[in-house]
Write a protein that binds this ligand. Structure first.
Ligand code: A2P
Length: 334
């Protein structure tokens, strides 16, 4: 098993996740750039040297997990597939390719079967994953017509450098030192900006359009209307989302709560009287998607408001990738 980008924020978590979930790895091959030569990755108590990613890295590899950025995936995922590996790719490079399944195991595990077309399975965007885990059971119960989502996204979604930038800016502010901005166009410490990924011609960001397009693809329903505003907040781990849904059939908050309590991968945290609702500090470090503040949207006929929080590096990336690999070896690579 290879992990491309094994030294990055998500790659490190992928390796930890393989260990935690006792994935049957015969040999782990951690891959990164030349910058990481000499580094090691700890896996099952062993220190494994990081290798430089090249065209020849995939001989004998059965499964390759990728999280080294879109351009690396674009170039190397087909090379890995050609060498006989099944690629599970965490970048956005292949997600909307009609010959590449885009999978959240709680929502559309059956789509994994399509991996044979290109040898690649795509892992969705972090904000999309946690949203569809909650939307799917509501769609099955009452058919979704429209979704309006605003996100509050942690800096770890950008990568390790952004985690370090927020920490360094907070330190600099408290020590009256010069504040350095490298990763983001604005200071992120004690700030919020509605800008994730690049701006597109339609006025949306690419992150916002990922939420629209990926939701329709994963749910297998191009008729669900989705609109998104994606926002970066000074949180290290855990994305939050305010989600408004309009359904075909009326779903009361009580019914929605009951449906979500039964849903795989979901935990309802919804007791406002005790100040209990999902928060990034509680979502971080575990794999469930937390949902709360479930209440009627009384401005429309059939509407609900929800607050959804998950660990963006775990369920939003590494855990979802490893879950896909688990289904692959259980059902396909026997
Ligand atoms: P490296 O640590 O050697 O730069 P993050 O998402 O946290 O920024 O991590 C990105 C991951 O992708 C890192 O493991 C990084 O390795 C890896 N990576 C970035 N560029 C390349 C490249 N050109 N070849 C191989 N790996 C790369």
């Amino acid at each position: 098993m290879a992990v491309a980008g094994a030294t990055g924020a998500v790659g490190q978590r992928m390796v930890a996740c393989l260990q935690e979930r006792r994935f049957p790895v015969a040999e782990l091959v951690p891959l990164a750039s030349e910058r990481s030569l000499g580094k090691t990755v700890t896996f099952n108590g062993q220190e494994i040297p990081v290798q430089v990613l090249t065209k020849d890295s995939f001989a004998g590899i059965e499964i390759a997990l990728f999280s080294a950025g879109g351009s690396i995936s674009k170039e190397y995922a087909p090379i890995a597939a050609q060498a006989g590996a099944v690629v599970v790719d965490n970048s956005s490079a292949w997600r909307m390719d009609p010959d590449v399944p885009l999978v959240v195991p709680e929502v559309n595990p059956q789509d994994i079967a399509q991996y044979t077309k290109k040898g690649i399975i795509a892992n969705p965007n972090c904000s999309t994953i946690q949203m569809v885990v909650v939307l799917k059971p509501l769609h099955d119960a009452a058919r979704l017509k429209r979704v309006v989502v605003s996100t509050y996204q942690a800096v770890s979604g950008t990568g390790q450098k952004a985690v370090e930038e927020l920490a360094a800016q907070v330190r600099a502010l408290f020590c009256h030192q010069e504040l350095v901005k490298k990763v983001y166009p604005h200071r992120i410490a004690f700030n919020v900006f509605p800008h994730i990924d690049v701006f597109l011609e339609n006025g949306y960001t690419k992150e916002e359009m990922k939420m629209v397009n990926e939701t329709q693809k994963i749910m297998g329903d191009p008729h669900i209307r989705v609109t998104a505003t994606t926002v970066r907040v000074p949180v290290f781990y855990g994305h939050s989302e305010a989600v408004n849904v309009e359904t075909e059939r009326k779903l009361t908050p009580e019914e929605a709560r009951r449906v979500l309590e039964q849903a795989p991968g979901v935990k309802v945290v919804d007791n406002p009287a005790k100040n209990e609702y999902p928060m990034p500090l509680d979502a971080a470090g575990q794999d469930l998607t937390l949902v709360g503040r479930i209440r009627e949207d009384f401005s429309i006929e059939n509407g609900l408001n929800l607050w959804v929080v998950a660990d963006n590096v775990r369920k939003g990336a590494a855990t979802n990738t490893v879950q896909i690999a688990e289904i692959l070896i259980r059902d396909y690579l026997k």
